[in-house]
Design a protein around this ligand. Structure first.
Ligand SMILES: NC(=O)c1ccc[n+]([C@@H]2O[C@H](COP(=O)([O-])OP(=O)(O)OC[C@H]3O[C@@H](n4cnc5c(N)ncnc54)[C@H](O)[C@@H]3O)[C@@H](O)[C@H]2O)c1
Length: 230
């Protein structure tokens, strides 16, 4: 895919799926700013409204424009049954996974971005026992994506969403406490019998960002090895 002359922002670009998205966009010729709490080109806490506004203004000032954005930053968040989840843990998960996607999306649209991809999850398509906050936040990302897409559709701006399934990243490894057997077990339980790679999910994100997906908006693309087909 050719992204020559395009300027892109990737949140969560310091690790996992976000880092793979940065790499794929750069390989296509885009100028990419990776924004992350840790490990990006630009240090950013996506839950901080003023910091998000300032970061996007800085990208526009430095590069003259913002064309593309991938909102990938996220957290696995509170892991407990609903009866046991504390309000602070609930709010933290929703803040990182949903409020921050809203803040970034809003600022990106205001800055003139014309193609934006939000990252939800297969957990945004189904209930997940023990992960209600995560699942609710990702369902929210899908609703946010579709609503924003409708609002801007006639101005030629596209907003889409990718739902990864289990993908080998630091987040998933941390979620299972680094237990390789647990990761392999998760992979075996998917229809394709394996976990995805960050690069495979990034391919879907980058395709949606590109002009190749010019008639897609408000779409939810599953990159999950078949999980949503069950
Ligand atoms: N790995 C999976 O199996 C999987 C499955 C479905 C969805 N996802 C989603 O994919 C996205 C990327 O996850 P990943 O697996 O690559 O994880 P990861 O931990 O490798 O990367 C997530 C990145 O987000 C950053 N981040 C977290 N909070 C932030 C904040 N407040 N401000 C800025 N950056 C912040 C982290 O520093 C990290 O670099 C997340 O939205 C996650 O929910 C992952």
């Amino acid at each position: 895919m050719n992204f020559d002359g395009k300027v892109a922002l990737v949140t969560g670009g310091g690790s996992g799926i976000g880092a793979a998205t940065v790499e794929a966009l750069r390989a296509g010729g885009a100028t990419v700013v990776a924004a992350d709490l840790d490990g990006g080109d630009l240090t950013l806490d996506v839950t901080d409204d003023a910091a998000v506004e300032a970061a996007i203004a800085a990208v526009v000032e430095q590069h003259g424009r913002l064309d593309l954005a991938a909102n990938v930053a996220g957290t696995s968040g509170a892991h407990a049954d609903v009866v046991d989840v504390g309000l602070d843990a609930w709010r933290h998960t929703l803040s990182v996974n949903l409020d921050a996607v809203f803040l970034c999306l809003r600022a990106e649209l205001r800055a003139g971005a014309t193609s934006i991809v939000n990252v939800a999850s297969s957990a945004g398509r189904m209930g997940v026992a023990g992960m209600a906050a995560y699942s609710a936040s990702k369902h929210g990302v899908i609703g946010l994506t579709k609503s924003a897409a409708l609002e801007v559709a006639r101005s030629g701006v596209r907003v889409n969403c990718v739902c990864p399934g289990g993908t080998r990243t630091p987040m998933l490894a941390a979620f299972v406490g680094g237990d390789e057997n647990a990761l392999e077990g998760m992979g075996r339980r998917t229809p394709m019998g394996r976990l995805g790679t960050p690069a495979e999910v990034a391919e879907a994100i980058v395709w949606l960002l590109s002009d190749s997906a010019s008639f897609l908006t408000g779409s939810v693309v599953e990159a999950d090895g078949g999980v949503a087909a069950v």
